[in-house]
Design a protein around this ligand. Structure first.
Ligand code: NAP
Length: 447
């Protein structure tokens, strides 16, 4: 398969396109290695994961440049992703030594409840954080002794090809084979992992549309789904406006809005609306748009021409429904200029994940904000200086995360992370992924 740079639109590489039959063969091979991986000692698992982290660190700048040319991620943001991936593998190493069970006792029995690896994990990852979101599946899976079959997104696979070499070498050094990179198309490679009976779990990160197809097809497999959403952010009457502006600009436009927890909609209390909007729009105008390889770039391209055209149509629909552009609105090839649109609460932009640097703002009262209903439930943000208001929003919102005084974009790689409703099932965050990727076995001993 040919791979293209989303900014220059030029070919930058090729990857192997696995057929369904080749995926089945890889699954059979993985199955043969299941027992050996399960029995790999704790210290070997620890050393393997630490080696992976160290090898990525040695090649940090090379990996960041690959993310810039393949995923179109501005280079400063790409370096942050590499640092996070190093941390995710280090945390995974740490947790090999922290796998805990428990002991129960009754009159005649001693019961040891211990964690066992689930077996073969099919890891399917999206294009937007190809390195760190792969690390979030591969690290915890290997930490507990699973075998991983990994399908990365063909929209930005090159960094995963390099990561795969490091993982394979690291496992080989300790005499095991426990990782298979399966490049190609999702509806062939990903689908075969989903329907193959030898695969014990699918750990999927991607769109709600594909997630829904997976859950319907997976059969007797564990499935975790990290999906999309339209993440609401609320600026209340007593908010620190300068702080809210700074955090919400970052939350809306980092990586051109292509983050699952990007700011989806900003609801602003009517009493501070004009003041907030003036400062927000001024700050958005300072963002530098362009080549992801340039140090000064804040906003690079979206992933494809197809996506940019879809976003253009969506902006037009929002305007037809009464939206008013405050800044931006321009689309040149894959560059979508940072766009802020004033809309009412029922506008299409308040219900659609744009995955682009386009953010709608809505003027409401705090009471009206608390009456809103949401189809998705990934992350939300609330800006207020009043702890009671913060708690009542946190209590009311049915979301996987409620972030107070920062935007919905906040994530820490150790925290439990994931959504509810159409935003997903299960949790990631190294320790939580380990729990999802293992099962509890009760060994009952008669006294
Ligand atoms: P996507 O189109 O859903 O693709 C995700 C992965 O699934 C790709 O590797 C894709 O391969 C594969 N796939 C496609 N059809 C499949 C099928 N029938 N069976 C199995 N696998 C299949 O998502 P994307 O465009 O790469 O990423 C953007 C989406 O991911 C957004 O909605 C975003 O919110 C979500 N996301 C969520 C999180 C989170 O943690 N909650 C994090 C990041 C991104 P192909 O590309 O070949 O189709």
């Amino acid at each position: 398969m040919d791979i293209y740079n989303p900014y220059t639109l030029k070919k930058i590489g090729e990857i192997r396109e696995f057929s369904r039959e080749e995926v089945r063969e890889a699954v059979d091979k993985a199955y043969e290695n299941k027992e050996k991986m399960k029995n790999l000692s704790v210290s070997k698992r620890y050393n393997i994961l630490l080696r992976i982290a160290n090898e990525i660190k040695k090649r940090k700048e090379e990996f960041a440049k690959l993310l810039a040319i393949d995923a179109g991620k501005p280079i400063r943001q790409a370096r942050v992703e590499v640092d996070r991936a190093i941390k995710t593998f280090r945390l995974s190493a740490f947790y090999t030594k922290e796998l805990r069970g428990e002991v129960l006792e009754d009159d005649e029995k001693l019961i040891i409840a211990k964690r066992e690896p689930i077996g073969l994990v099919g890891a399917i990852t999206p294009y937007n954080f190809p390195l760190n979101l792969s690390a979030h599946k591969i690290g915890p899976a290997l930490a507990v002794g699973n075998v991983v079959l990994h399908h990365p997104s063909p929209k930005a696979p090159l960094v995963c090809v390099e990561l795969a070499k490091i993982i394979e070498e690291s496992l080989k050094k300790y005499g095991v084979e426990g990782y298979y990179l399966l490049t190609g198309y999702g509806d062939v490679v990903g689908d075969e992992l989903v329907v193959n009976d030898k695969v014990n779990m699918i750990s999927f990160t991607g769109s709600t549309k594909v997630g829904e197809q997976i859950i319907k097809k997976a059969g007797f497999k564990k499935v975790t789904l990290e999906l999309g959403g339209v993440n609401p952010n609320f600026v209340l009457s007593d908010a620190d406006i300068d702080r809210a502006v700074e955090r919400l600009v970052k939350g809306s436009f980092l990586y051109a809005g292509q983050v699952c927890i990007s700011v989806g909609v900003i609801y602003v209390d009517e009493s501070i609306y004009d003041k907030f909007i003036k400062k927000f729009v001024e700050r958005v105008k300072t963002l530098k748009v362009g080549d992801p390889l340039k140090e000064e770039t804040d906003v690079g391209p979206v992933i494809s021409l197809e996506h940019a055209n879809w976003v253009k149509e969506l902006i037009n629909k929002a305007l037809e429904e009464g939206g008013n552009i405050l800044v931006g609105g321009k689309v040149e090839k894959t560059l979508v200029y940072p766009t802020v649109i004033e809309v009412d609460k029922d506008n299409i932009l308040c219900k659609t994940e744009t995955f682009a640097p386009v953010v709608p703002v809505v003027k409401l009262s705090e009471e009206e904000m608390l009456e809103l209903n949401f189809e998705f439930g990934l992350h939300s943000g609330v800006f207020t200086r009043d702890i009671n208001k913060a708690l009542s929003f946190a209590q009311k919102l049915e979301f996987g995360g409620v972030v107070i005084n920062d935007s919905s974009l906040y994530r820490n790689d150790s925290m439990p992370f994931g959504g509810v409703k159409k935003s997903g099932l299960g949790r990631e965050g190294v320790r939580y992924s380990i729990e999802e990727m293992s099962y509890i076995k009760s060994i009952v001993i008669s006294k």
